[in-house]
Design a protein around this ligand. Structure first.
Ligand code: ADE
Ligand code: ZN
Ligand code: ZN
Length: 270
């Protein structure tokens, strides 16, 4: 996602934090909010010394889209790591007392970002570098982009009505309403049924699996040819905007409850 999508995930998560998680996160971030730090990992990856973290933003599932979509860790997550192992490792690091506060703060900033990214279907897909190499148009022949960027930014930002942090806040409010009493109110319990932070890659693997299935069902149900060099701001957008919104809702709700579990584990240590 772009900064607007990540900030939306973070605003939703913040709404679901319990007291212990609020104390832990504001302590580690020395007062900064989750939305403030939600895109830090995307700047960090391009800094000197930050390149190692680029592979942590995605997992490249190698199944034959659109006929098969599945995650196989041995096949899809290389020794350098991927988003699934990164979420497990940085979750552990938030809780690791042998690290400095700055290291644990970075771990939290990574987890906030990666639990957003893992819901973006094309962050769980190998095809054409996660759709980065599928050229598309947005709103006419003048705006050339690619399918990955359309899912990261054009689709959510068109739906939310902007690309700013202020837009993210109001977009999050409308999603929180649906989580509380609307279309997501009964679904949301299934979204967090994967279990404990102590299961290592258990939950992140399930989330990657969930997002990757959507590549076959909705992102590219008829393969890349259907969208390649087409304007996807019309029927394709209409068909997929609520899928993107639901993935952002999942990210926010999953992140909020994940941070609550981390804070609970932190309390049990002492
Ligand atoms: N680089 C390689 N694969 C990618 C993916 N699935 N998403 C984003 N960047 C990538
Ligand atoms: Zn992306
Ligand atoms: Zn990212």
């Amino acid at each position: 996602w772009g900064p607007m999508g990540h900030a939306t995930v973070a605003y939703i998560a913040q709404h679901y934090l319990d007291g212990a998680a609020r104390i832990l996160t504001s302590h580690l971030l020395s007062g900064s909010s989750l939305p403030d730090v939600s895109s830090w990992a995307d700047s960090y990856r391009f800094t000197d010394g930050g390149a190692f973290s680029s592979v942590f933003h995605y997992i490249d599932a190698h199944d034959q889209v659109p006929h098969k979509c599945n995650i196989k860790m041995e096949r899809d997550c290389p020794p350098e790591g991927c988003i699934v192992t990164a979420i497990a490792n940085y979750t552990e690091r938030i809780l690791n007392d042998d690290l400095t506060l700055a290291e644990r703060a970075d771990a939290l900033k990574f987890v906030v970002h990666f639990i957003g990214d893992i819901q973006q279907p094309l962050h769980t897909e190998n095809l054409a570098v996660g759709g980065n190499e599928i050229p598309v148009f947005w709103g006419g022949e003048s705006v050339k982009t690619n399918l990955h960027a359309a899912w990261d930014r054009n689709i959510p930002e068109t739906l939310a009505g902007g690309s700013t942090i202020a837009t993210a806040s109001s977009f999050a409010d409308s999603i929180i309403q649906d989580l509380e009493t609307g279309i997501y109110s009964t679904l949301k319990n299934e979204w967090t049924s994967c279990g404990s932070i102590k299961r290592g890659i258990g939950c992140p693997k399930a989330w990657a699996q969930d997002a990757n299935k959507i590549v076959c069902s909705d992102v590219l149900p008829n393969g890349a040819e259907e969208v390649q060099n087409k304007d996807i701001s019309g029927a394709y957008y209409e068909r997929n905007k609520m899928i993107a919104r639901q993935q952002i809702a999942k990210g926010g709700y999953r992140l909020g409850l994940w941070l609550n579990k981390i804070a609970k584990a932190e309390q049990l240590k002492c």
